[in-house]
Design a protein around this ligand. Structure first.
Ligand code: 5CA
Length: 437
């Protein structure tokens, strides 16, 4: 992509409305634009990151055996009347009336909708276990939308729903998602720690939040220091026993958010207890037959008896993750994207656009990078060198490659690693090897 043909409305100054670094950097890097309070448009750079995150989340859900569907954003109120949540949900739910005076709502989550799909089609235990997920926009009319897309009103969520014949089965489904989440967050380049959590309006008896540590997080978290030293599971699949032992290992250390932490009962030695702030990027719930009972979702069991299915739901804040990753990975010059989610792999800077030799060397290198499969943002504009460097640092691509008149003469390109700041002068071939080899 040539910068002159891209749409990258960066800002030189810090926007006044942004209170936290991720919001400030997303606005400055031209990733998003506010439409109204808590509602944003995603501009090309932001959209690329959002899609990269979405794809990693999708791949790990598919790998875990969940099946992708797509449910609508607008739902009929009647489904929510069946579960009793139409009244319970309060003002956070955006209620809409259509032209026939039918009550509708913009979905804040999809337990009811997916239970309705399930009960219409699944009648036998032989079709279980089943896990259906979608990646869809949600709406919650938050009292105080803030921090940009971190606490939005409209936001993109991955929500998966598991259906099992009994508690044992649904515990395996829960553990399976727990482990899939550890893998997902590791691939996104972040360390997210699971905490025992309150179940809130979703309900249920068992729940974990996954929290990314960042000073600007909304909740305070307390955890045993050894939790951060655990290795992320890497195998493609695990047996139910293996899943249980991974979950036991990760939940064996003390970890709690402020609403669950009790200094009096916490038995971790003071020197081992770490207190930080964190951002909730995922939340999983086991709620058994709460919805299947209210909505009549049952199957014939092996003994022929009708049995209410045991369920869980599993959310990841896909749009919130964009901000969460920035909070966890930035410096004073801008964003530092983990390679897996970066909007481009390499930023190529032409230090003297218009100079025949420079232009030719850049074009040649640009072509070679693309042929080798790299996603490249090529700054061939006539801006000043300082501005070009500042812009590349701000948008945080993992690698920068700079070609100027001196380098052209010497046959070298300067390659900078955004995260470490390390720079090296390499021949074009060696640079290519390093960037795409
Ligand atoms: N039905 C369950 C799981 S599918 C559910 O809705 N869980 S949730 O309420 O915890 O939301 C799941 C994830 O969505 C959260 O962990 C968080 O990362 C994200 N999320 C929730 N509210 C917002 C919001 N207002 N803005 C951005 N992301 C949000």
């Amino acid at each position: 992509m040539r910068l002159s043909q891209f749409f990258l409305p960066t800002l030189k100054e810090d926007p006044k409305e942004a209170q936290i670094v991720s919001h400030r950097l997303m606005l400055r890097a031209g990733m998003i634009q506010q439409s109204s309070a808590g509602i944003y448009s995603w501009l090309p750079l932001g959209h690329r990151v959002l899609k990269n995150i979405e794809n990693i989340v999708r791949e790990e859900q598919n790998r875990a055996g969940a099946l992708e569907i797509l449910m609508p954003t607008l739902q009929p109120a009647d489904l929510w009347r069946e579960s009793g949540r139409y009244d319970d949900y309060g003002k956070e739910m955006l209620r809409i009336t259509d032209r026939h005076d039918r009550d509708m709502l913009y979905g804040p989550t999809n337990e009811e909708q997916v239970t309705d799909i399930f009960r219409s089609h699944v009648k036998s235990y032989k079709n279980l276990p089943l896990n259906l997920y979608h990646i869809q926009w949600k709406f919650r009319d938050e009292v105080r939308p803030r921090f940009g897309i971190m606490r939005g009103r409209e936001f993109l969520m991955k929500d998966a729903y598991s259906f099992d014949l009994d508690y044992e089965g649904s515990k395996i489904a829960y553990n399976n998602m727990f482990v899939a989440y550890l893998k997902t967050f590791a691939r996104l380049g972040i360390k997210a720690i699971p905490l025992r959590a309150d179940t809130g309006p979703i309900g249920g008896d068992l729940s974990h939040e996954f929290i990314v540590l960042a000073d600007t997080g909304e909740s305070e978290v307390f955890y045993h220091k050894d939790l951060l030293t655990l290795d992320t599971p890497t195998e493609a699949a695990y047996s139910p026993d293996q899943l249980q032992s991974i979950v036991d290992e990760w939940t064996g250390y003390y970890a709690a958010a402020d609403d669950m932490h009790d200094a009096a009962t916490c038995d971790v030695a003071a020197g081992d207890l770490i207190t930080r702030r964190g951002i909730e990027v995922g939340h999983i719930f086991h709620f058994g037959d709460k919805y299947s009972k209210a909505m009549g979702a049952s199957v014939a069991g092996p003994d022929g008896k009708e049995t209410l299915v045991s369920m869980g739901s599993y959310g990841i804040g896909v749009s919130r993750l964009v901000g969460g990753i920035i909070e966890a990975s930035h410096d004073e010059n801008g964003i530092v994207w983990p390679a897996s989610v970066a909007p481009f792999d390499v930023g190529l800077i032409n230090l003297k656009s218009g100079d025949d030799a420079c232009d030719a060397a850049c074009e040649d290198f640009y072509g070679k990078l693309i042929s080798a499969g790299a996603d490249v943002l090529y700054d061939e504009t006539s801006g000043r060198a300082g501005e070009k460097f500042a812009k590349m640092d701000l948008i945080g691509l993992p690698w920068q490659a700079t070609i100027g008149p001196r380098g052209v003469k010497a046959g070298v390109v300067e390659v900078k690693n955004r995260a470490s700041g390390d720079k090296q002068e390499l021949s074009l071939d060696d640079a290519l090897q390093l960037l795409v080899g």
